[in-house]
Design a protein around this ligand. Sequence first.
Ligand code: FAD
Length: 383
Amino acid sequence: MTPDVETIVIGGGVVGLAIARRLAVRGSETLILERHDRIGSETSSRNSEVIHAGIYYPHGSMRARLCVEGKKQLYEFAAENGISVNRCGKLVVATSDEDMSALETIAARAATNGVSDISLLNRTQAQQMEPNLECIAALHSPSTGVIDSHGLMTALEGHLTENGGQVVLSTEVLGIALSNGGNFAITARSGSDETAHTTLITCRNLIMAAGLEATRVGNLLGAGWREGYAPPQTYPAKGHYFTLSRRAPFTHLIYPVPSGAWLGVHLTLDIAGQAKFGPDLLWIDDVDYSFDDPQGARCRQFASEIQRYWPGLPADKLQPGYTGIRPKIYRRGEPAADFAIHGPETHGVANLIALYGIESPGLTSSLAIGDVVVDRLLGPPAE
Ligand SMILES: Cc1cc2nc3c(=O)[nH]c(=O)nc-3n(C[C@H](O)[C@H](O)[C@H](O)COP(=O)(O)OP(=O)(O)OC[C@H]3O[C@@H](n4cnc5c(N)ncnc54)[C@H](O)[C@@H]3O)c2cc1C
């Protein structure tokens, strides 16, 4: 039977948008189904908006490869589409002798990942760049920057619609079934409480890009998966951000050396140059965006971490900002997992690609993820 639409993408975050845009540009009739009334209102608008260089991730991992490729594409895409970026660079700072070996490890990893513009600075050189910084040494990553993530998502939606695609908002996918003809039958509920109605729509290809809901959406296919396959479990990990109620005296992003899978309380700048600090890392049971700071304890913890590299921080100017939640697919204490992009060879279902664990650097990698997913679905583009 002819399906209603060729391809459906579940999830209108930056990754779903980048995939859908690529599908539409390659000529596949594409619809995004997004449960909220705006695009990108979950993780894609609750992050640091950093274009990462690709220096931290294990060599050969998808996170390393797609970050380096995605960064290049993102700067080009931003320039072509008038999206604000600030290629401000970043300093990863060592504040103790123990941090020095971590800096060397990062520099070596950056080189194996193909990031060749990293330089090691001594204290004086680092302070020439940032006079208010305290450190014993720093790594300078000049290709790191920040992007207007909303501008990016609006531009991706624009390309999608120009190429015949569409984002259908306020539409939550509640059921997925496989028909005998190999099409997918999607049950979705649309509209607000008073006007809610259920629709059945069929498609030939299906992309699951549901972020924190990836496991739940995957489980909707139930027995449709190959025997023995189950969508990876998602473990949410919250991060809080504090903002600074005055201008920070820094022009680079400032990161401490990472601690395990966590990058530490870092200073990032938004596109207007306003500083924010975070995110921290709090493993949680359920998705909940509340900002928790019992008796100011979190604020004090942030202040003491920031003062290691910025002793002049006026701690009374830290203000609760917002939270974001990482869709991790590994438990606390386990080694960090790579992005999981599962196609038929993994789960046994033709014409379906499911994405799990697309945490940082998912924003940076979004355009490159779009290419990988669409090339796997449609085959490489004709030359
Ligand atoms: C604290 C934090 C900081 C980060 N900082 C950076 C950074 O600086 N740089 C970087 O590169 N990356 C960063 N990231 C990672 C980046 O933000 C994510 O990788 C990226 O936003 C993921 O996009 P997504 O589209 O996969 O997910 P989302 O933005 O979560 O989109 C998924 C969408 O699916 C929709 N959905 C879910 N279930 C359904 C359903 N049943 N029906 C319909 N729609 C559904 C949701 O409503 C949502 O809009 C950060 C992440 C976090 C949490």
